[in-house]
Design a protein around this ligand. Sequence first.
Ligand SMILES: [Zn+2]
Length: 422
Amino acid sequence: MTTVPDNINPFPETIDRWFTNCRVATMADGQYGIMENAALAVSGEKIAWIGSMDALPDPLPGPVRKTDCKNRWILPGFVDCHTHLIWAGSRTEEFEMRLAGASYADIATAGGGIFSTVKATRAADEDTLFDLASRRLAHFLGQGITTVEIKSGYGLDPASELKMLAVAGRLKEAFPQHIEATFLGAHALPPEFAGRPDDYIRQVMDVMLPEVKHQGIATAVDVFCENIAFSRNQTRQVFEKAKDLGFALKLHAEQLSDSSGTALAAEMGALSCDHLEYLSVDGAKKMADHGTVAVLLPGAFHYLKETRVPPVDAFRQQTIPMAVATDLNPGSSPVFSMLPVLNMACLLFKLTCEQALAGATLHGAAALGLADRKGSLAPGKDADFVIWDVDTPADLCYLTGITPLKQVVIGGKTVSPENERT
Ligand SMILES: [Zn+2]
């Protein structure tokens, strides 16, 4: 735990809101960056000032709104940098089948698995998908998640993939959270292309990617590189095309085996590689060389009852930033809050509370290319933060089954709870 000086910037001229009597964990530099007896000022959508209560004039100048935080904690809003938040259908029955001993093959034979989600998502119209996703995103807001990445990847044909990204665009308009949409057409091989993965990859590259670019409905492109999905060579082809079109790159990599996708993605300048349970030492070295963020997804590890953990010690030794995310999806991570993810990151992957919280804020923002604006608290950054009623930030990793949240502020405006909205 580190402490920053009382006053970290000069007193600003224009202030719209004050948050006084708070304790702040800035999470700057990936550390708590704790300030006690602090105040925070907002100007427009940005943080204007953070400093000691002792530095404030009494009374505070100007007719501005003042929120007394009563010594509660302010932390950056959570940045959930990996979700599959848009889907239709349910996989609960599959969960019960697995508990009863069914194998993946049994589940697939019974019509379950990812293709049941693809079938339901293809069949749902845009309004239905929007309603389903809206409920999830509204819940996220009440959990202090202020930035959300949302992937396509349950459509797997041009019209259905574009429909999913159109829904992400509507969510962006309707909700206060910052949303980044990612095109994940290469998530799984759709049944109609069985035995012809190269033909599907061609459709992703020649039909889907140009149209996603043309419509401006995603900023990044992701691929599932795995022996049950797409090869390293197919990943390279998609990434080359995506790069040409100006997309950022992300990769589902080394989740179930070592396909060396991470090294490829790092060399091609990907923002992040995600999952990484089977990452080799060489792969980690490539990430360090290229500044790639490691996104850890302990929810999927937990639900799939995996036993091999990502090489967290190698990430620490090579100072590779570790993000953590919910991976919200109906198949392997039906996790609707960052709080249990923090807890799992600590208990299952042995992150410290400070590392887990940095992973859910600063490094999550880095995994989306947003670290200059989001994920930490400092003058000039977006005023996206949460007031928590906890004794210490580590309580957010330690406690489960409770969401001790008092207020969510995005772009300087209180957006949750409902009765505090500004
Ligand atoms: Zn995923």
